[in-house]
Write a protein that binds this ligand. Sequence first.
Ligand code: M6R
Length: 616
Amino acid sequence: MCGIVGYIGKRQAYPILVGGLHRLEYRGYDSAGVALLSDKGELNVYKAKGKVAELELVASEKDCSGTMGVAHTRWATHGEPSTKNAHPHVSESGNLTLVHNGIIENYVVLRDQLKARGYHFQSDTDTEVLVQLIEYVEQSLGLSLEAAVQTALKRVIGAYAIVVLDRRSPNRLVAARKSSPMVVGIGEGNEEFFVASDASPIAEYTKKMVYLNDEEIVVCERGHELRVCTLDNKDVPVEVKNVELDLTMLDKGGYPHFMLKEIFDQPSVLQDCMRGRLLPEHGRVVLSALTDHRERLVSARRIVIVSCGTSWHAGLIGKQLIEHFCKVPVEVEYASEFRYREPVILPDDVVMAISQSGETADTLAAIELAREAGAFVFGVVNAVGSSIARNTHTGTYIHVGPEIGVASTKAFTGQVCVLTMLALALGEARGTVDAAEYRAVVEELQQIPAKIEHILEQNSRIETLSKIFTYAHNFLYLGRGWNYPVALEGALKLKEISYIHAEGYPAAEMKHGPIALIDQEMPVVFIATHHQQYEKIISNMQEVKSRNGRIIAVITEGDEVVKKMVSEYIEVPETLSCLAPLLSVIPLQLLAYHIAVQKGLNVDMPRNLAKSVTVE
Ligand code: M6R
């Protein structure tokens, strides 16, 4: 969480930094700040509680000159959202200023030691300890800035991505990372450098980017080659990547919210996801990861999926797909539980990490554990060049473009699409998939974008429907088989952005407890498409109806049985059972969106959440 940006070069830094913060605001948005080394050599620090727009107001009448600076948008961990806790933090002498993303776990001990040496603390943050510690080390040992950063970071336990600016040193910025993402952009002739939490603030200025690895520090000095080194000051070869980002994906493109745009992006981004992999002319799926690591993947005795949140829901669908097509046992684990519970990992396991951001701290830790145990690790990731993408042995990008709305939508369908292609390709390689079924799924997958388009045409109908339900304080979502994870995902979408408590359940479990909740106040969303156990779902609906529950049903087009039973329904086109989630989730995304909008909430930046959960 938290977004950081740094700039040093020839241009005015402020517009670059603030523009970058807007791009990174999905990472945290409870306060923001900027530090600039002015044209007169003064260090100007401006901060505000709230969103980046508040910071811009504060800065609007101030001196924002300078060609070097650092900036931050915060998701609070230590200390409430407030101006004093906002970054950048400044050292005792006023020479150093620093922005940080991560958590310093031993900050209390370090702070007490620094206080005993006369350092004063203005904030409640763990971050302030870092800037004071770097200054202490620099002054007491007479070190250069980068040596002080190296020495200080060796004393730190926790996660960090930091950028440090020294007002006495107007030609250099020093940055470092461990377990929090950081990328450096290199401008023309090494005359300017950009540092950020991801590529989005940098992409409009340069394509040449360097992703830092854990415990590396980088020195960005005007007119010099970028230097990357370890905390022990050993030089690390600089690997420059050519990163292309579709900048149109980074704005709302005329939609009122990123979330709505991303829901409507799904038909086209799923085409991108399948492009070059699902080959209609050959009626086949070809994934390079599978071609390159065929033996290792085909011989897997078990697949363990690790992920969090929406990606975990995609994992539940992945389990059904892989078990169905590949006949390999699959376990789906919350990465946060897996990493701490001494899981039995065998060398012939494949551990599959699913993550939109590629930066989720728990998923990264689960990967590390799996690698240490000798498992082969496969990534299903959206963010190109992210930590998970780099820490896995191989993988498949979902290629749905940057997802900005905090509530994941297109990344979910992209993940399910990749998992479907993977299950088909692996099933073919293992000889476990029925040839006719394989062909049918390949053919039907190609129809999915058009079918989603068709569902999206019902947007205004769903908007009207949503108005009925803004009164609700609780929702139940019920589905079975392929649609059970969709029930979980629908419930998560609603609670994230509308703050309505929602639970997803396998429909048959209703009788084992949740049925006690049903009364005329309780909306129950049934995902009742024409697939497995359809008749049983209809019985569950009758049970809710006879207790006066308010049903909203997602049904297959033309299902007259359900239409006669309930007044609120949303139709989705017919498809194969294994592809049902790709369609049935779309109305639930729209329903959650419209309920949140009706309630006047900020759907793109819901309270307390951040897009990329880089702390555990
Ligand atoms: O980036 P990841 O897919 O690893 O993120 C995992 C979860 O934090 C994420 O899916 C979260 O649950 C979303 N806000 C869901 O909409």
